[in-house]
Design a protein around this ligand. Structure first.
Ligand code: ATP
Length: 392
C-alpha cells in the first residue's frame, strides 16, 4: 500500500480551471474522501491521481515516486466506478479474475486470489453465477472484488455507490468501511454525499469550485468548519448562519447581534467592523422564553426522539434540534440561545472562519482508533475528537 502526495495540482480545460492549486496527502492505509457539490472538481482530481487525466501543472507522488506523467497502467492503482463496468457475458468468477488473466498470472494464483476476494466480500456462493442476474449491491461487490484481486498500491473509487438506492447505499457504506478496516488499503473515494464521506472517511477534503476548502477528520469538519460553505454543506440540517454587522475585538468572548449579546469562543483574531456570520449547529441552539435572539416559529418537524424547530429571525432562518418533549408550536414568538463553546464566527465578506468551536478534549487520537459515526447526521452526535489532520 502507498502514501499519495499531491502538490499544487492544476487542471485547465481551455480557459476554465476545473482544479486550482490543490495539495493534499493521503497517508498510507487511510480512507480519504473528496467531497463536494457537482462540478467542484472531485472526479478530475481523482482521474489525475489515477493517471486517466494529465494535470496542467503540479505533481503526484505515489510512495515517494513521481508518477505525474505516468500512464494509468503504470501506477498500480485500481479504479471502481459508479457504473460497475462488468462484462455481462462472463460469470462472477471470470469478471473478478479478468485483470489477472490480462497480465497472464499463473492459474493457481488467480484461483487463490479470486476465492480470497470473494470470501472477503461474502460473494463466494455467487462465483459461478452470471453477473446479469445479480442485485445492484452484489454487482458492486463483484466490481470491488475485481479491484481487490489486483492487490494494488491504492484504490480510487468514483461515486461507487451512486447507482444504489438510499437504503442499500447505507448498508454498503458499512460494508466498505469494514472491508477497509480489514484490508487497510489506501483509498481515495469521490462522493457528493456527505453521509457517505462522514461515515467512512479517516480524512475528508471538502472541495468547492476547484479548491479544497477544508482538509480534516469528519469530526473536525463538523465541529470546526473552515468556511461558511463547509458549515452549510455538512450536517443535516445544515449549520445555521446568522448574518449581522459588527466589530469583534481580539480576545473578546462576545458579539452583538442587533442589540443581543451572544457569547462566542475567544480567539486572537478580531475584525474592526463589517459583515459577520455566526455559525451554530442545530443541536447547539435552544429556546428561551424571553431574551436571546427573537424570532417566530415557522415549522416543527417531529422526528421521534427529537424535533427540528424552524425559527425566522432578523438574522436569518434558524433550525434548532430539540427534545421531542419540548412543547412549541408554529406561530409562537421565542428567544434563541446558543451553546457558546460550540459556535463558529465567520468573516461575512470572505466566508472564512475567524473563530472556531472549542475542542472538547485536547488529546489527539490516531486514525486507526477512530470510531466511525457521522456526527450530526445521525441523531446522536458523539463526543468530539480531532485528528488534527492538517495535511497538504
Ligand atoms: P460530478 O459529481 O458532477 O462529476 P465533480 O466534482 O466530479 O462533479 P468534475 O467532473 O471533476 O466535477 O468536473 C469539474 C468541472 O470540470 C465541471 O465544470 C466539468 O464540466 C468540467 N470538466 C470536466 N471534464 C471536462 C472536459 N473533459 N472538458 C471540459 N470541461 C470538463
Amino acid at each position: 500500500m502507498a502514501e499519495i502526495r499531491v502538490e499544487n495540482l492544476v487542471k485547465q480545460f481551455g480557459s476554465f480551471a476545473a482544479v486550482r492549486d490543490t495539495s493534499f496527502t493521503v497517508r498510507d492505509g487511510d480512507f480519504f474522501c473528496l467531497l463536494g457539490p457537482s462540478g467542484c472538481g472531485k472526479t478530475t482530481t481523482l482521474r489525475m491521481v489515477a493517471g486517466l487525466e494529465l494535470p496542467t501543472s503540479g505533481s503526484i507522488r505515489l510512495d515517494g515516486e513521481d508518477v505525474t506523467f505516468r500512464r494509468a497502467r503504470e501506477r498500480d492503482i485500481a479504479m471502481v466506478f459508479q457504473l460497475f463496468a462488468l462484462y455481462p457475458h462472463m460469470n462472477v468468477r471470470r469478471n473478478i479474475a479478468f485483470p489477472l488473466l490480462c497480465v497472464g498470472m499463473p492459474r493457481a494464483e488467480i484461483v487463490r486470489r479470486v476465492e480470497a476476494a470473494a470470501r472477503t466480500l461474502r460473494i463466494a456462493h455467487l462465483l459461478d453465477k452470471p453477473v446479469s442476474g445479480l442485485s445492484g449491491g452484489d454487482r458492486q461487490r463483484v466490481a470491488l472484488g475485481r479491484a481487490l484481486v489486483r492487490q494494488p498500491k491504492a484504490f480510487m473509487m468514483d461515486e461507487p455507490l451512486g447507482a444504489l438506492d438510499a437504503e442499500f447505499r447505507h448498508i454498503m457504506c458499512g460494508e466498505l468501511r469494514t472491508l477497509h478496516e480489514r484490508v487497510r488499503a489506501t483509498t481515495v473515494y469521490v462522493t457528493h454525499d456527505q453521509l457517505e464521506a462522514m461515515s467512512m472517511a479517516d480524512v475528508i477534503a471538502v472541495m468547492n469550485r476547484g479548491c479544497i476548502e477544508q482538509l480534516a477528520s469528519p469530526q473536525e469538519i463538523y465541529d470546526r468548519p473552515a468556511s461558511i460553505f463547509v458549515g452549510e454543506f455538512i450536517g443535516s440540517p445544515a449549520m445555521n448562519v446568522l448574518r449581522f454587522e459588527g466589530a469583534v475585538a481580539p480576545g473578546a468572548t462576545e458579539v452583538v447581534l442587533g442589540d443581543v449579546p451572544v457569547a462566542v469562543p475567544a480567539s486572537r483574531e478580531g475584525r474592526p467592523g463589517g459583515p459577520l456570520v455566526l455559525g451554530a449547529r442545530p443541536e447547539h441552539v435552544s429556546l428561551r422564553g424571553e431574551g436571546g435572539v427573537r424570532g417566530a416559529v415557522t415549522g416543527v418537524e417531529y422526528l421521534g426522539t427529537t424535533q427540528v424547530v424552524t425559527v425566522d429571525t432578523a438574522h436569518g432562518r434558524v433550525k434548532a434540534r430539540l427534545p421531542a418533549t419540548d412543547e412549541v408550536g408554529v406561530g409562537e414568538r421565542v428567544g434563541l440561545s446558543f451553546r457558546a463553546p460550540k459556535l463558529s464566527l465567520f468573516d461575512g465578506t470572505t466566508g472564512k472562519v475567524i473563530r472556531s468551536a472549542l475542542h472538547d478534549t485536547p488529546t489527539q487520537r490516531p486514525a486507526a482508533a477512530r470510531s466511525h459515526h457521522a456526527p450530526g447526521l445521525a441523531h446522536s452526535p458523539g463526543a468530539a475528537h480531532s485528528l488534527g489532520a492538517s495535511h497538504g
